[in-house]
Design a binder for this molecule. Structure first.
Ligand SMILES: [Zn+2]
Length: 322
C-alpha cells in the first residue's frame, strides 16, 4: 500500500466536505504489519464507548475521546480539531442509531478513508426498542442494559482484531476479563433494582435515556423530553407527568449531568403547586460519563452510581423532613 495520501490532506478534504457536500477522497486502510509496529490510532465518540475501547485495547491504542463529561451527544457537532483527529485515525467507533445525530454526515463521508464502526450494528434489531415517538428509528441508549453493552464490547474486540490481527490475543484476553466484570455489574444492578418496591419502581428523568434500563431491570420509565434532547418539552407533558407523580406517590425524580436541570426543577415545582412533594433524588449519568479519574468517569462506575442513586432516591420515605 505504501505511503497513503498525507493525513492532513484528508482532514482538509473532510473539512471542506463538512461545509460543502462533496465526496471524500479515500486514503486507504493501513497495512496490518505497519499497525502492528505502532499503536492503533482510535477515536470514540461518547465516553462509554471510549471506556470499552480503553479496556479492550489497553496500551495498544492512542485513543481520542470526542465527547467529555457533561456533553450531550444528540446536539454535538464535530469541531475542526475533531475532524483532524478523525481523519488521522485508523479506526473510529461511534454508537450509531442516530445518537450522534449531527455527526452522521462526517462519518458517512469518511467511509472510504477510515474504518468506521457503529458499535450497535451487531445487536439484533428485534432486541432494540422502537418507540413510536421516535418516528421509526431505534432508541440509541443501549448502554443502560449492561448485557447489550457486553455485545458492544465484543464488536469492539472483533474490530480491533480485524485491524491489528497481530495482537489478537491481547484484545481477546482483555475483552474476556472486561466481559467478566460486566457480567458481575449486570448482576449487581439487577439485585439492587429489586430493593425498590414494585409500586415505586418508576424512574423519571429529564430525557428518555433510560428505556433499556427500564426494560432490563424492571422499571417504568418516564422522560420529560423524549428520546432526543433536540425536542422541546411541552407544558402538557409537564402537567401530565406532575399528575402522575402525585397519583402514584413517586418519592423522587432525577436530573442528568448532560441535560439542563431546569426541566426537572419545573416538574418539581408543578408537583408542589398540586400540594404534593417530590424530591430530586440525585444526578444520573445518562449520555455522558463523569470526570476522568473519578469512579463515575468509567462505564462500570457510572452504572453503579446510577443504580445506587436511583435505589437511594426511590426507597427514601416520601416527603422527607423538610
Ligand atoms: Zn440521550
Amino acid at each position: 500500500m505504501g505511503r497513503v495520501t498525507p493525513r492532513a490532506a484528508i482532514a482538509l478534504v473532510l473539512l471542506a466536505a463538512l461545509a460543502a457536500c462533496g465526496p471524500v477522497q479515500a486514503g486507504g486502510v493501513p497495512d496490518p504489519q505497519e499497525i502492528a509496529a505502532r499503536r492503533v490510532k482510535a477515536v470514540a465518540t461518547i465516553g462509554q464507548i471510549a471506556d470499552v475501547v480503553r479496556n479492550v485495547a489497553g496500551d495498544r491504542v492512542d485513543l481520542v475521546g470526542l465527547m467529555g463529561p457533561g456533553i450531550d451527544p444528540h446536539l454535538y457537532r464535530a469541531s475542526e480539531g475533531d475532524v483532524v483527529s478523525l481523519a488521522d485515525a485508523d479506526i473510529v467507533f461511534y454508537n450509531g442509531l442516530h445518537l450522534e445525530a449531527k455527526m452522521a454526515d462526517v462519518f458517512e463521508k469518511m467511509g472510504g478513508s477510515v474504518t468506521t464502526v457503529a458499535v450497535t450494528d451487531e445487536i439484533d434489531r428485534d432486541e432494540l426498542l422502537n418507540p413510536p415517538e421516535f418516528e421509526g428509528a431505534y432508541d440509541p441508549h443501549v448502554w443502560f442494559d449492561v448485557s447489550k453493552w457486553m455485545s458492544v464490547t465484543e464488536v469492539i474486540r472483533d474490530s480491533l482484531v480485524d485491524i491489528d490481527p497481530e495482537h489478537a490475543e491481547t484484545y481477546e484476553a482483555n475483552a474476556r476479563a472486561y466481559l467478566a466484570e460486566l457480567e458481575e455489574l449486570d448482576r449487581y444492578v439487577a439485585e439492587q433494582a429489586q430493593r425498590v418496591p414494585e409500586e415505586q419502581s418508576v424512574l423519571i428523568t429529564a430525557h428518555d435515556a433510560f428505556n433499556y434500563f427500564g426494560e432490563a431491570y424492571d422499571f417504568e420509565v418516564r422522560g420529560l423530553q423524549g428520546i432526543s434532547t433536540a425536542t422541546e418539552t411541552g407544558t402538557a407533558d409537564l402537567s401530565g407527568l406532575a399528575d402522575f407523580i402525585v397519583e402514584r406517590e413517586i418519592p423522587a425524580i432525577f436530573v442528568e449531568t448532560s441535560v439542563p436541570h431546569r426541566f426537572i426543577e419545573a416538574l418539581r415545582e408543578a408537583v408542589a403547586s398540586r400540594g404534593s412533594q417530590v424530591s430530586i433524588g440525585g444526578s444520573l449519568f445518562s449520555d455522558a460519563m463523569g470526570d476522568a479519574g473519578t469512579p463515575e468517569g468509567t462505564y462500570i462506575g457510572m452504572v453503579r452510581h446510577n443504580i445506587d442513586t436511583i435505589v437511594g432516591g426511590l426507597t427514601e420515605s416520601r416527603g422527607g423532613e423538610s
